[in-house]
Design a protein around this ligand. Structure first.
Ligand SMILES: Nc1nc2c(c(=O)[nH]1)N[C@H]1C(S)=C(S)[C@@H](COP(=O)(O)OP(=O)(O)OC[C@H]3O[C@@H](n4cnc5c(=O)[nH]c(N)nc54)[C@H](O)[C@@H]3O)O[C@H]1N2
Ligand SMILES: Nc1nc2c(c(=O)[nH]1)N[C@H]1C(S)=C(S)[C@@H](COP(=O)(O)OP(=O)(O)OC[C@H]3O[C@@H](n4cnc5c(=O)[nH]c(N)nc54)[C@H](O)[C@@H]3O)O[C@H]1N2
Ligand SMILES: [Mo]
Length: 754
């Protein structure tokens, strides 16, 4: 671990530091030599899909199709370290729980199924069949299938996801909360209503044709580093890149491509964003209303497109015309001149892409903000033509595919009809619980069995104390996982850890080695084939775990569960019959690079109820009430450091933000430091202020940073105890983890920050 230091990073993102950190990740996992070979198979036609982010692959034939953070994700999976039964025998669960998340992760890959033994407070080995029998016994004992919830994280393959949702629905519930609920749910809700599909419409090729690319609330230098390659190429050919972010993120400013010999040998780099706007946290909606107002008042809009393809111009015009500049400026935190500059870049661009991430979705008004982004695109016909369209940048490598496969608590009637017809059963029709509702239901005792296909529910979700109490109330918790994590230690009265194969590993079934498929953020579906020997001889694949669990729990099922997993082509043949767009799946997925799922908006078709794209007004609700009354209150956004993958913490550095050796930091402006009477480097507690009381996390070091006054930032998941469970995006239920009202209190005594 590095020495603690806080010093601005003045080099471009990428560059030699990025290569150095990649090798270090492989070395730390004890796989320096095998790791290099494995990396060369990442994102290749016959290789495996990088388990990192969902950014699409540019060229599956090039030698290098990975990035620093992809290397960390792969290294974490192919690590030489193992969690054996001896480790579980040595430590009680209470002892394991006393370790931090870095230690848990560093223990390595899980190796065999384990059952919690309350008498000894230890995990003890269990045979696979006995584990499935225990799950079956619990599920069959429930008074109603709705007393179970089945979580999915976004690494799960299409094949596993399809079988899993089928199992859950044959069992009789739609309780399928997933990580999308915590992530891009607001994008899905907003876009489905407006353009009839919850997915982005652009492809990588569009990045070659855009005149302007706006990046709202997203930090690609850390979370989608391969996206910087696209932005660099676009900037080099003269495309305007505009960043909208309260923080100055290094990766949006300058980038030296680690795979460009010229950049690396000559020390050159490329300016990414030619304009960088720093609104207040949550100020994007006001900024967008301002831009819409300018375009509409100047009549700089595409009337032909609007007449032919949209509804709602009159209402949107009336709404934005009536917005006052004083309010727009106050709420956005930007001057009218800044908003005019952004509007001018947008107006002068013939084709524009809007990208966005968690800085937009994880807000109370996330849906309204995304609809305003879409309104702005529609006003100038920026959809369904080259170089233009919405681009919500997804997180997990198959989070989009899991939704396509039916992992959704509110399935459409059409989907259920097709599923029921194919598998000869009557799917449940009532909507199920999303993540937040599932936590409440567990807390009330209404959910007794919790099963997770990947992820780290106990750490990733809001309101940590409440969530963990909820998990502990369950009769049974089950985690299908690759690595040890917090969720295994916050368990129900009975608990199972079921270890599975990762993306990089050979998945051998009765008919031979299998491939799985995934869908990236731009709707490309392609195969992923592992090639490493499994981390242990006792691992099962995710599809096999689902099928064997279903076979045990659903003795009456007419689905040939065990035959389906003998050859995953059989699963894909079923997917082809149930899910539109997957016709001839087995053949098309074997084309090099896979196939693109049609997005109707690319043809300017909008399959919502009105069959038109909708312009939807959203008033500025100036909601500075509490902050105005209580000048001590700040808005906290919880975000990712450069050395983590969600709840997996690789190290304590956040290189581009100049932080080394610690994670409990709070970025704050010099104005707020002076106003509140704190010095940079001081230790504070963060206290969130909510209607039902205060929540506190302790020992955060203040770091002076270029962030607007009134706004502060800290890392997730350490700050999740501060996020109230009922603080969510309206209509989407996404926890509003980017806008938590907090005050700072000097830490008592000598709390050591870590
Ligand atoms: N290496 C790595 N890669 C990852 C992940 C990871 O943890 N590590 N996670 C994956 C997942 S699941 C996801 S969803 C994505 C997440 O990728 P991002 O969406 O980039 O996620 P965050 O780190 O949460 O960063 C959000 C950004 O939004 C900005 N922001 C916060 N509030 C506001 C606001 O009100 N307005 C604006 N304009 N900006 C705001 C923050 O300053 C920050 O730059 O990355 C995926 N890829
Ligand atoms: N405060 C705050 N909270 C947030 C966010 C935020 O920005 N701020 N972001 C939210 C977002 S966008 C997301 S997506 C969620 C993420 O929430 P989750 O998806 O639940 O969490 P991860 O940390 O991605 O899950 C990591 C675990 O997945 C397991 N795993 C890894 N690979 C595999 C695999 O191939 N198969 C299986 N079965 N298991 C595997 C490992 O055991 C690992 O410990 O967190 C959300 N929570
Ligand atoms: Mo995510």
């Amino acid at each position: 671990m590095s020495e603690r230091s806080i010093k601005p990073y003045d080099k471009p993102a990428g560059g030699w530091d990025s290569l150095k950190r990649s090798w270090q990740a492989l070395r730390d996992e004890g796989v320096l030599t095998i790791g290099a070979g494995t990396m060369l198979r990442t994102n290749k036609v016959d290789g495996f899909d990088c388990p990192g982010c969902a950014w699409p692959d540019r060229n599956p034939n090039s030698t290098f199709e990975f990035c620093e953070n992809g290397v960390k994700a792969v290294a974490a999976e192919i690590t030489a370290h193992r969690v054996t039964r001896e480790i579980f025998a040595m430590h009680t669960v209470s002892e394991l729980a006393a370790h931090d998340d870095i230690w848990l992760e560093a223990q390595g890959r899980l190796t065999e199924p384990m059952r919690y033994d309350a008498a000894s407070d230890r995990y003890v080995p269990i045979e696979w069949d006995a584990a499935f029998a225990l799950i079956a016994q619990h599920l069959q004992a429930l008074a109603s299938p709705d007393q179970a919830a089945f979580y999915t994280s976004g690494r799960t393959s299409n094949e596993a996801a399809f079988l899993y949702q089928l199992f859950v629905r044959e069992f009789g519930t739609n309780n399928l909360p997933d990580c999308s609920n915590l992530c891009h749910e607001a994008s899905g809700v907003a876009l489905t209503e407006q353009i009839g599909s919850g997915k982005g419409s652009v492809t990588l090729e569009d990045f070659e044709h855009a005149d302007a690319i706006f990046v709202f609330g997203q930090n690609p230098g850390t979370n989608h580093p391969r996206m910087l390659g696209e932005l660099r190429a676009a900037a080099k050919r003269g495309c305007r890149i505009v960043a909208v972010n309260p923080l100055r993120e290094r990766g949006l400013e300058r980038f030296a491509h680690p795979q460009s010999p010229r950049d690396m040998l000559t020390g050159s780099s490329t300016e990414i964003a030619s304009r960088y706007f720093q609104p207040r946290i949550g100020g994007d909606l006001a900024m967008l209303i301002g831009i819409c107002k300018l375009l509409i008042e100047a009549d700089a809009i595409d009337h032909d497109f609007l007449n032919a393809h949209t509804l709602g111009l009159a209402e949107l015009s009336a709404s934005v015309r009536s917005s006052e500049w004083s309010e727009i400026e106050a709420d956005s935190g930007l001057s009218r001149a800044d908003i005019e500059a952004a509007a001018a870049i947008y107006r002068d661009s013939r084709a524009t892409i809007f990208c966005w991430g968690m800085g937009i979705t994880q807000h109370r008004r996330g849906v309204a903000t995304i609809q305003m982004l879409m309104n702005l695109l529609l006003l100038r016909g920026n959809i369904g033509r080259p170089g233009a369209g919405p681009c919500p940048v997804r997180g997990h490598s198959n989070v989009q595919g899991d939704r396509t496969m039916g992992i959704y608590e509110k399935p459409t009637a059409e989907f259920l009809d097709r599923l029921g017809a194919e598998f000869d059963f009557a799917p449940p029709r009532a909507p199920g619980h999303d993540v937040v509702a599932a936590i409440s239901a567990m807390h009330r005792g209404d959910i007794q069995v919790f099963i997770a296909m990947g992820g780290n529910f106990a750490a990733a979700t809001p309101d940590t104390a409440l969530t963990q109490a909820a998990l502990r109330r369950c009769a049974l918790t089950v985690h299908v996982s690759t690595k040890l994590n917090r969720s295994h230690l916050v368990h129900g009265r009975e608990a199972l850890i079921l270890p599975c194969l990762g993306r990089t590993e050979v998945d051998r079934q009765a008919s031979g080695a299998q491939s799985v498929s995934v869908e990236d953020s731009m709707s490309m579906v392609h195969l992923s084939s592992g090639m490493k020997a499994p981390a242990s001889g006792h691992l099962l694949s995710e599809p096999a775990i689902v099928a064997r669990m279903a076979a045990a729990a659903l003795p009456q099922s007419r689905t040939p569960w065990l035959a389906l997993i003998e050859d995953y082509d059989r699963i894909r043949a079923r997917i082809a019959r149930v899910i539109p767009g997957f016709e001839d799946f087995n053949a098309r997925v074997r084309q090099p690079g896979g196939f693109h799922l049609a997005h109707p908006a690319r043809q300017r078709q909008f399959p919502n109820a009105q069959a038109k794209a909708l312009l939807l007004p959203h008033a500025l609700i100036v909601d500075r009430g509490e902050q105005a009354q209580n000048p001590q209150l700040l808005q906290l956004m919880t975000l990712r450091s450069h050395d983590q993958y969600n709840t997996t913490i690789y190290g304590l550095d956040d290189r581009y933000r100049g932080v080394r050796g610690l994670r409990r930091v709070c970025f704050i402006s010099s104005e707020d430091l002076a106003r509140l009477g704190f010095k940079a480097g001081a230790l504070v507690d963060l206290v969130s202020v909510w209607h039902d009381g205060e929540r506190r996390v302790c020992g955060f070091t203040l770091v002076e940073y270029a962030i607007p006054a009134g706004c502060v930032a800290s890392y997730y998941p350490e700050t999740n105890p501060l996020v109230p469970l009922d603080h969510v995006a309206e209509r989407a239920g996404t926890p509003a983890s980017k806008s938590i009202p907090v005050r700072l209190v000097a830490s008592a005594g000598d709390v050591r920050a870590s």
